[in-house]
Ligand binder design. Structure first.
Ligand SMILES: C[S@@+](CC[C@H](N)C(=O)[O-])C[C@H]1O[C@@H](n2cnc3c(N)ncnc32)[C@H](O)[C@@H]1O
Length: 376
């Protein structure tokens, strides 16, 4: 039975929410806590709890307990799927003391009655909420209950804490009365590594304001880029890592960014314009790597979507014989599976692992793994 709203070691009364006598497993909510675990707290959000907003998983746990649980999950996946036994510590994003007020992009659902809110867990039902506690204050400033929204649409809010920009779309249309952006387009400018990056609607950017800097630091620390080296930035998005790595390898080096999404590629071209040695390839990573016939890359960054890179990409990357690989992962199971393939098929060993709490109050965790050739 998978029980939400509880913690390991508690005694709770549960209500089964999915499953019957024939099911292989059931889902349930803890509706009464009989014996609480250490680390249980009063949820800071009044909309969280059984049958309410499904956005957060762990509002009822202290941040320390949340991070301990995430570390245990990463450790378990590495053991189970990659055969690695490793101590894991989940680090807080610098400056994030409470795990609230961080989410810079929120998409609210709008009900048939025109009320905006967030969905219940595993349901299309919408819980009308006034303000999401994990949303950044610039997001929360958009008053949901005081606005009338077109029925059965979505309200998308994206903000940049660095520039104060706020982009609001309702039913896919920009709402200029509710926010503004620098150039008046559907794009905000996000800050990382002392640069601004244009991120257009639909393009990827980490949602915690401290995430990009934390990941850049971990990637640079893991790769130790040197002047003149060649780098592949795979799944490169708007160019976060490429810009930083280009400045590290300098004018004698080369950075090739590969990204399949048209919007992200346009943003990357804008963000990386003028940086010497940077090349942008639009297409799927496996297709582009086959097309380029690269013999050699000194360093590789991989930052794939949740499904991970997969066998074909692991093989193609390994064939370029990089000195180091930095793998940025939002799903520890996919990471562990790919690490196993990198070890078995490419001869790469895990050298360093850092895990970050980029999504407090939820079960999500981000990892940066650094790999080296086992023979080195
Ligand atoms: C997790 S995001 C990382 C973006 C960027 N590295 C960053 O940190 O902002 C993954 C990116 O991979 C792109 N993507 C997904 N599948 C892809 C594929 N098969 N080939 C190339 N890019 C892909 C997505 O469009 C998205 O921009």
């Amino acid at each position: 039975m998978f029980v939400r709203h509880t913690l390991p070691g508690e005694v709770v009364r549960v209500e089964v929410t999915e499953g019957d006598a024939a099911s292989a497993y059931w889902r349930a909510d803890a509706v009464e806590v009989i014996e609480a675990a250490e680390g249980r707290v009063a949820p800071p959000c009044p909309w969280s709890g059984p049958g309410r907003c499904g956005g957060c998983d762990w509002q009822h746990a202290s941040l320390e307990v949340q991070r301990g649980l995430k570390a245990a999950v990463v450790r378990e996946q590495l053991g189970r799927l990659a055969g690695l036994d490793r101590e894991v510590v989940v680090e807080a994003v610098p400056g994030d003391a409470e795990g609230l007020d961080w989410r810079t992009q929120v998409t609210y659902a709008v009900s048939a009655g025109g009320r905006a809110g967030l969905r219940k867990h595993r349901s299309h039902q919408i819980v009308p909420i006034d303000e999401c506690r994990i949303a950044h204050p610039l997001v929360r400033d958009v008053s949901l209950s005081q606005n009338r929204w077109a029925p059965d649409t979505a309200v998308e809010v994206a903000v940049s804490p660095a520039t104060g920009e706020r982009l609001v779309l309702a039913g896919g249309r920009v709402q200029r009365g509710l926010g503004s952006t620098r150039d008046g387009t559907a794009a905000v400018h996000e800050a990382a590594a002392q640069r601004l990056y244009r991120v257009s609607r639909g393009g990827f950017w980490q949602v915690h304001p401290g995430a990009a800097d934390a990941l850049v630091a971990a990637v640079v620390e893991g790769l130790e880029p040197a002047a003149g080296e060649s780098v592949l930035d795979l799944y490169g998005g708007a160019g976060l890592f490429a810009a930083v790595l280009a400045s590290r390898v300098g004018p004698g080096g080369r950075v090739t960014l590969v990204e399949s999404d048209e919007t992200a590629v346009a943003d990357a071209r804008h963000n990386l314009a003028g940086l010497p040695g940077v090349r942008i390839e639009r297409g799927r990573v496996d297709h582009v790597l086959r097309r380029l016939h690269l013999r050699r890359a000194d360093l590789v960054v991989l930052d794939p979507p949740r499904s991970g890179a997969g066998k074909a990409v692991v093989d193609l990357v390994s064939r370029t014989r990089p000195r180091r690989i930095a793998y940025v992962a939002c799903d520890p199971a996919a990471l562990a599976r790919d690490l196993r393939w990198f070890a078995e098929r490419g001869g790469y060993a895990l050298r360093g692992l850092r895990s970050f709490d980029l999504f407090p109050m939820t079960h999500h965790v981000e990892c940066v793994a650094t790999l080296v050739r086992a023979s080195d």
